[in-house]
Design a protein around this ligand. Sequence first.
Ligand SMILES: C[C@@](CO)(OP(=O)(O)O)[C@H](O)COP(=O)(O)OP(=O)(O)OC[C@H]1O[C@@H](n2ccc(N)nc2=O)[C@H](O)[C@@H]1O
Ligand SMILES: Nc1ncnc2c1ncn2[C@@H]1O[C@H](COP(=O)(O)OP(=O)(O)O)[C@@H](O)[C@H]1O
Length: 293
Amino acid sequence: MTELKNCPAPAKLNLFLHVTGRRADGYHLLQTVFQLIDHGDTLHFTLRDDATLRRVTDLPGVPEESDLIIRAARLLQAEVLRRTGALPHGVDIAIDKILPMGGGVGGGSSDAATTLMALNRLWNAGLSKQELMDLGLPLGADIPFFIFGETAFAEGVGEALRPVKTPDCWYVVIEPGVMVPTAAIFGSEQLTRDTPVVNIADFSSHYEQSQDWTGFGRNDLQQVATKLFPPVAEAVEWLSAYGDARMTGSGACVFSAVATEADADAVLAKVPAKWTAWKAKALQQHPLIATKL
Ligand SMILES: C[C@@](CO)(OP(=O)(O)O)[C@H](O)COP(=O)(O)OP(=O)(O)OC[C@H]1O[C@@H](n2ccc(N)nc2=O)[C@H](O)[C@@H]1O
Ligand SMILES: Nc1ncnc2c1ncn2[C@@H]1O[C@H](COP(=O)(O)OP(=O)(O)O)[C@@H](O)[C@H]1O
């Protein structure tokens, strides 16, 4: 095999996100549910004759060397060299980028996760799922989740994962048009860091009992993000007229659950033209799992 085309890198939504404490190194302890959705980037990998790793698509604002795709590929290439004593082939990586950057939908992390899974296969590197997750974690806390490959209840900084069943619904997602820097949100003095710990059963029973689409818990990062970035507050306020609108991750995207695709279309038809908005269906599994990558 010399190429892998059309590899999906789906987005995630944080259905709730609680900050429950802080580690000694300053990183925040979280509880969250990562929901996979059927909207994302697409990556294409072609082996090269030399050992060079290249991104062949321009991504404005993200230099090739700092792209998480290239950084992930480099990490795996070094790991293969360490294990086998031989440097694997280089690769050209093209990306159809549709996910907003700094949107809280995990685009960069998902791109990196798909890269690790695809190159593990192309290079016959033979790393286990857990080994790939461990390799990806230093690049970004969301990367292990995308490799885990199932909608999950997460703890720690997001790396302690358990599969969880979530509603089989649709989501309307609004991009408020700003990029929210994650560090600024976690670094804010206004952030509350003491939300009581919940159980996975609390989350599951919420959806068994609720008759509407009100979400479980809340996003503790939302209050800080909406104060610092008024367009996020505006999007939450607008979408709240149609359901329980909340921010995903550290923002900026805002989402609301609806029962059907037709319900999503009805809301999308009313979204003000100044915002980009889209619909997505909840997924229980990463689409790459079905292709046995
Ligand atoms: C908030 C979440 C929720 O899924 O996702 P996004 O909204 O970014 O997609 C993640 O926890 C994002 O984790 P990660 O992707 O590692 O964040 P980065 O952008 O690398 O972190 C930038 C900075 O935020 C702080 N940070 C990040 C994560 C965390 N649990 N505690 C922190 O204090 C650290 O200071 C870190 O240096
Ligand atoms: N392949 C990539 N796609 C998107 N962003 C990337 C990528 N590689 C590096 N980045 C950097 O990571 C930052 C966070 O991007 P992203 O993961 O899309 O947002 P979020 O973490 O809010 O979901 C971006 O601002 C960008 O500078």
